[in-house]
Design a protein around this ligand. Structure first.
Ligand code: TSX
Ligand code: MN
Length: 596
């Protein structure tokens, strides 16, 4: 029998005089009972020490240092490979404040139930305290968060995805407020996994998962679910949007923010490379996932990217689909659940080159070409610093943000939705955004081709009742002297033969050009029951093998399809009971009337 000698609690002395933070760290330590507390400072020396520890433990594996310098692989538990929406809760005092699209638990019950899982969860482990800033350092639009975690993998990812450590404590100051996030790996059992949000006290509790969106609390939990609540309270917008700048050959840059559900290629659009047929045009990347947008003194809407890195889906990423992402992830990046080639390079389905004869798959097992199983997990990821992106905007860290001229909303629709149309005005645009829907792909679980409604691409990410969220959207527009114009796009329309009608990818620049022309009061449009469609010839198709007949098909609107769409939307609205703003129901009826 071995005698158990308790490890003395060695506590690195607190580096802050922020009393609220010190009290909360004490409280968390009392609950989780770690062996050690480590205040993360974000230094190189600290990073090197953490890497060493993770390499020794096998939490990280070093990848080929010649082809992928300072890149590492992490394999998560096979039962912990994606966000778990059914285990994600909004804990408001009133159930109706969470709304029918969120799971709800009463705050007291959540604290009791999940508190029990945190009790002693960090015994034998180190508790890391990560102060971090969402948004550019020093920006008045940025916000501070602190994540307490027992996962060094989380620390390494937060180092890429946020501005963390001493700089964040400096921004917090002695009296600053912050969003609290407590995270523990727990035992990684899905039965004891909970991702809890307490919007009324700006608190997140996540236990039982080490995976991205469940564990990197700055991203979906803070920057979307909690921030959406703060945005409504404070009069701004926290959205699931990429931000790009489109520079014309004349050197004028127009900023566009775009919301798409997953599997629509948001990261690819954010990093679009214009085709050779479009000389002088350039796309600048500001962000690929989240936009925080505030009305500015000039009456325009100004956007920052709260993140400092990309947490992108690896499969399908190649120098054909996204050369800028490939260049970004070639160094100082963490790969999660990808496969590995015999020379130690990361590999996934769709990456450049021939499929190697043998690989190590995402679970660390031998894999041979022709296997029926995927070598990389379909939701495998890269975590890469945004500053390494060749198309990163020179303004991506501007403290005041960039002015947004247009919003794009879109989904993956084989039929019904045309390539692009513009909403009549703000209120109509908000209605169009609530109607966003996407067809499921093989990358998701469940049946393929089923239409899922995903208003504003925010269904899994809105921290309060979505009907109230739509009301907030309706209120923001009229407060702007120059509100962004609102567009709906669909890169995924198919012909009767099931073939994609639009080439997509870099050629989407042609659609962006029309969007910019509309923002400048140019760009031909024709009236349709659903909004303004590009006039024949208004989308530049020069040098493209898309015939005028195909363009006509891409821009066609079938009244019967849209009547059905309006009915489906009415059924969706009905789930929100009396809380849906009357304006949206008015818009829906007006659409039905126009369809005749
Ligand atoms: O990301 C995509 N975008 C946006 C790019 C800026 N994808 C990838 C799927 C989502 C992860 C697309 N897939 C896009 C698109 O615009 N369009 C399509 C559909 C498509 C797929 C393959 C072809 C064409 C269209 N290939 C050929 O025609 C050869
Ligand atoms: Mn996202």
């Amino acid at each position: 029998m071995t005698t158990h000698i308790a490890t003395p609690q060695t506590t690195t002395h607190t580096p802050t005089t922020n009393a609220e933070l010190n009290a909360w760290v004490d409280e968390a330590a009392h609950l989780c009972k770690p062996d050690r507390i480590h205040w993360v400072d974000g230094s190189e020396a600290e990073h090197a020490r953490l890497l060493e520890e993770m390499l020794t433990e096998g939490t990280l594996l070093r990848l080929n240092g010649h082809h992928y310098p300072d890149c590492f692989l992490h394999r998560s538990d096979p039962s912990d490979v994606a966000r778990t929406e059914h285990l994600t809760f909004i804990c408001t005092s009133e159930k109706d404040d969470a709304g029918p699209s969120n799971n709800w638990m009463a705050p007291a019950e959540a604290k009791r139930k999940v508190g029990a899982l945190f009790d002693g969860a960090m015994r034998g482990r180190t508790m890391y305290v990560i102060p971090y800033v969402m948004g550019p350092l020093g920006s008045p639009l940025s916000k501070v968060g602190v994540e307490i975690t027992d996962s060094p993998y989380v620390v390494a990812n937060m180092r890429i995805m946020t501005r963390m450590g001493a700089a964040a404590l400096k921004q917090l100051g002695p009296d600053g407020t912050f969003v609290k996030g407590l995270h523990s790996l727990g035992d990684l059992s899905p039965e004891r996994r909970f991702i809890m949000h307490f919007p009324e006290e700006k608190l997140i509790w996540s236990v039982g998962s080490g995976y991205g969106g469940n564990a990197l609390l700055g991203k979906k939990c803070f920057a979307l679910r909690i921030a959406s609540v703060q945005a409504r309270e404070e009069g701004w917008l926290a959205e699931h949007m990429l931000i790009l700048g489109l520079e014309s050959p004349q050197g004028e840059t127009t900023y566009v923010a775009a919301a798409f559900p997953s599997a629509c290629g948001k990261t690819n659009l954010a990093m679009l490379v214009p085709p050779a047929s479009q000389p002088g045009w350039k796309v600048w990347t500001v962000g690929d996932d989240i936009a925080w947008m505030h009305p500015g003194p000039d009456g325009r809407l100004w956007a920052i990217n709260p993140e400092a890195g990309f947490f992108g889906v690896a499969p399908g990423t190649s120098s054909k689909t996204n050369p800028n992402a490939m260049a970004t992830l070639h160094s100082h990046s963490i790969f999660t659940n990808v496969a590995v080639t015999p020379d130690g390079s990361p590999w996934w389905e769709g990456i450049d080159g021939d499929v190697p004869a043998t690989l190590t798959d995402w679970r660390g097992r031998e894999w041979t070409r022709g296997s029926s199983e995927k070598a990389a997990h379909p939701n495998s990821r890269f975590t890469a610093p945004a500053r390494q992106c060749p198309s990163i905007s020179p303004h991506w860290e501007d403290p005041q943000g960039v002015p947004i001229s247009a919003f794009l909303f879109g989904g993956r629709r084989a039929r019904v939705a045309p390539l692009v149309f513009e909403a009549r005005d703000w209120a109509h645009g908000v209605f169009v955004a609530t109607a966003v829907a996407s067809e499921t792909t093989a990358a998701q679980s469940g049946a393929v081709g089923v239409v899922r409604r995903d208003p504003m691409a925010m269904l899994p990410f809105c921290g309060y009742n979505m009907a109230d969220y739509w009301g907030h959207w309706l209120e923001v527009g009229p407060k702007l002297r120059q509100p962004p114009r609102i567009f709906h796009v669909n890169w995924f329309r198919q012909g009767p033969d099931g073939k994609f009608l639009w080439p997509g990818f870099g050629e989407n620049l042609r659609v962006l050009k029309w969007v910019v022309e509309r923002c400048q009061g140019r760009g031909g449009a024709v009236e349709a029951p659903i909004g303004h469609l590009p006039a024949p010839g208004a989308i530049d198709t020069a040098g493209l093998s898309v015939s005028p007949e195909t363009m006509k098909e891409l821009l066609s609107v079938d009244p019967a399809d849209w009547r059905q769409e309006a009915v489906a939307l009415g059924e969706f609205f009905a789930k929100f009971g009396g809380r849906v703003p009357p304006e949206l129901e008015r818009q829906r009826r007006a659409l039905i009337d126009r369809l005749g």
